[in-house]
Design a protein around this ligand. Structure first.
Ligand code: 2P0
Length: 322
């Protein structure tokens, strides 16, 4: 009753921000994401009859804060398997945790993948996606490869998640400029709820999102990098406009974040195929064609305030290691 699984984090081009239902992390809008090969979460799950509750260790440190959400996912899998044993969960990231690099997405994707393998259950993809979503709204995307669509549906779970292009179909690269290793002050979960309740821009965000998602999907299908660049930066800045217009205001950027955005726009103006996206943290992700990686990497490394630059590529969905 033991298994280990790995998963990559993901970054959305057409963003998710806001929930229709908090309890089940049902998003108010769909999203389109890239699974980030090069950054990995590795999680071992062991169901043991002598445990009195689930135990969670993240990067070598016991973590009680995230335990209730982990237990909720494990309960759903235990029910599926007809097993009552509690589990020891040991997870580690080879990249900064809780700092806008989607460690919760890769974390919950690896968790459900490892737990399902440890319990030897044969579970439908849609069901595993749903259980991962209970952990984190963006986690189902990390169960899938390459360019991934999480769409709203009228079905039982309310969402469907699948790959729209595998890495070989359109091998985009992502250069991540790390500007801080500190965990963020306001979680995505808290920020989204605050935006829903207080931002006058929230309704416009939800109303205009389906058209943005449809456009982004079309540009992926056409492999139209320039058009995907424009719609992705638009979705990113619209999401941050909603966050910034919340009360109290949510500003996830630092000075270095803005400097990276400007540098990326200059590069694109000079003909380099690159655009930016930013999540609920100060890191900047530069999405580019593979031939531009070294130029983009060098340019971002020179921006004051950038402490590390990570080269990523499109990766596979979560997988069982052993
Ligand atoms: C996204 N983010 O689409 C958006 C853009 C951050 C900014 O999905 O509350 O950790 O667990 O659903 O999934 C990060 O939020 O939040 C996220 P919950 P999650 O990538």
């Amino acid at each position: 009753m033991q298994a280990t699984a790995s998963a990559h984090p993901n970054v959305a081009l057409i963003k998710y921000w806001g929930k229709q239902d908090v309890a089940t992390n049902l998003p108010a809008v769909g999203s389109l994401s890239l699974t980030l090969g090069g950054l990995t979460t590795r999680t071992s799950v062991s169901f043991e009859s002598d445990l009195e509750q689930d135990e969670l260790v993240i990067n070598g440190v016991p973590d009680a804060g995230a335990l209730s959400r982990v237990t909720r996912c494990l309960d759903m899998l235990r029910e599926h398997a007809g097993v009552k044993d509690f589990a020891r969960v040991n997870t580690s990231n080879d990249f900064p945790t809780g700092a806008g690099l989607a460690s919760s997405a890769s974390g919950y994707a690896a968790l459900v993948k490892a737990a399902a393998a440890a319990l030897h259950i044969d579970i439908a993809t849609e069901d595993l996606d749903y259980i991962a979503r209970i952990g984190s709204g963006s986690a189902p995307r990390s169960l899938h490869a390459g360019i991934v669509l999480l769409e709203k549906t009228s079905g039982l779970t309310g969402t469907r998640c699948h790959s729209v292009a595998i890495p070989d179909d359109w091998p985009l690269s992502v250069v991540v400029a790390v500007t801080s290793r500190q965990p963020k002050d306001v979680s995505s979960t808290g920020g989204m709820e605050s935006s829903r309740k207080t931002s006058s821009a929230y309704k416009g965000w939800v109303d205009t999102h389906p058209a943005d998602l449809e456009a982004g999907l079309g540009f992926v299908r056409q492999r139209d990098f320039a058009a995907l660049a424009d719609i992705s930066e638009h979705s990113c800045l619209k999401m941050h406009a909603v966050a910034m217009s919340s009360m109290p205001p949510l500003v996830y950027w630092s000075g270095a974040t803005l400097a990276c955005m400007q540098r990326i726009r200059e590069l694109r103006k000079s003909g380099v195929p690159v655009f930016f996206t930013i999540d609920a943290g100060p890191q900047v992700k530069a999405v580019c064609m593979p031939e531009a990686v070294s130029k983009v990497h060098k340019a971002l490394a020179e921006v004051p305030g950038v402490i590390d630059v990570l080269d990523c590529y499109l990766g596979n969905g979560a997988w069982v290691e052993s």
